[in-house]
Design a protein around this ligand. Structure first.
Ligand code: MTE
Length: 337
């Protein structure tokens, strides 16, 4: 993201496709999330869930994951008229600095991440703090497949079918106290398995940290993902548990989470700490608020090549204004970037 000066990727004039030949613009089905629920993909049986996506090999999922597939609400949220990004792109063009700075590094290096056993500490202002084994945390949750747009602050985007459960539902279960105002998330810190954390050139003060206001975290769109494309998450995409916040720039969607803390004060987040004038706490997708070094008005929808550019207009809140604009009523989005 952005420690190095950004290259030509940010929608150079030569890459910009005339408006008339953009791929069809998306429109979210219905309005509210409730309206979106159960869009009704046919159930095709557990054994072949992975084959919903022709280009996807089944993974080696643990039982806590496969046991859930029969009751998963497939296609619970989707986008209309926008192609799902090929699995190969979604899993080989990644940002996961713990495994290196280049887009191919996570796929090449994340095999060293040990995702079983995995536990998550939930602490701070909650009635039920503790260290929860991932399988226990997941067991009471309703799995849903949600197809969301992912817009990176670097001005590329994808459309990804995530599998996961509602963050709000988990937070309610651990009973936030009346003092809880923010949620702080932390990624695993393990230099042994994460080569990027061993690099002496790195600027990041590990572990990677992200945060939300509690009401943002309780928004029905906020998802804790454990899978994508009908299978468990590949390591490079944040296995075994990551956040997905489709209305915010991708850096808010923290990967490989080991700690969730309910806190009174806004947490200091990784990118805000590194470059506060470039990356704000809110990081809501906004085509009218440019990054200091590049425009946010447009985005490259991957795959997008030099000779077949796929550039489209960026939408406010990444197209999810109806669901989230109320969270920011009366706020100056230019100041609160
Ligand atoms: N989480 C951690 N722990 N480390 C990271 O480097 N990169 C973020 C986010 N979550 C990152 C992270 C950024 S910049 C983006 S755009 C998304 O992950 C990318 O998710 P993807 O690789 O699954 O597309």
């Amino acid at each position: 993201m952005l420690i190095k000066i950004h290259k030509s990727s940010d929608c150079t004039a030569s890459q910009i496709t005339p408006e008339s030949i953009y791929l069809s613009r998306r429109s979210v089905l219905g309005g509210s999330l409730a309206g979106l629920a159960v869009a009704g993909l046919p159930r095709i049986g557990v054994a072949s869930e992975a084959s919903r996506y022709a280009d996807v090999e089944p993974g080696k999922a643990p039982a806590w994951f496969t046991d859930k597939l029969a009751s998963t609400r497939w296609g619970a949220v989707t986008v209309k008229g926008e192609a799902i990004t090929p699995y190969k792109d979604a899993t080989h063009y990644n940002n996961f600095y713990e495994f290196g700075p280049d887009k191919g590094d996570p796929a090449a290096n994340a095999g060293s991440l040990k995702t079983e056993p995995w536990s998550v500490v939930i602490d701070g202002e909650v009635g039920k703090p503790g260290r929860y084994a991932l399988e226990d945390l997941v067991k009471p949750s309703q799995f849903e497949e949600r197809v969301y747009r992912l817009r990176c602050v670097e001005a590329w985007s994808m459309v990804i079918p995530w599998l996961g459960f509602s963050l709000a539902e988990l937070l309610k279960r651990v009973e936030p106290t009346s003092k809880a105002r923010y949620v702080r998330f932390e990624t695993l810190k393990d230099p042994k398995s994460m080569p990027g954390q061993r690099s002496s050139f790195g600027l990041i003060d590990w572990p990677y940290v992200e945060g939300l206001r509690l009401d943002e975290a309780m928004n029905p769109l906020a998802l804790l993902a454990v899978g994508m494309y009908g299978r468990e998450l590949p390591n490079q995409n944040g296995a075994p548990l990551r956040l997905v916040l489709p209305w915010k720039y991708g850096f808010k969607s923290i990967k490989s989470i080991v700690r969730i803390s309910l806190v009174e004060q806004p947490p200091q987040t990784t990118w805000q700490g590194l470059a506060p004038t470039e990356y704000g706490f809110y990081a809501n997708v906004n085509p009218t608020v440019d990054h200091p070094r590049w425009s946010q008005a447009r985005e490259r929808r991957l795959p997008s090549g030099l000779f077949s550019p796929n550039v489209r207009n960026t939408e406010l809140f990444n197209g999810y204004a109806e669901e989230v604009a109320g969270l920011y009523e009366g706020m100056d989005l230019r100041k609160n970037y």
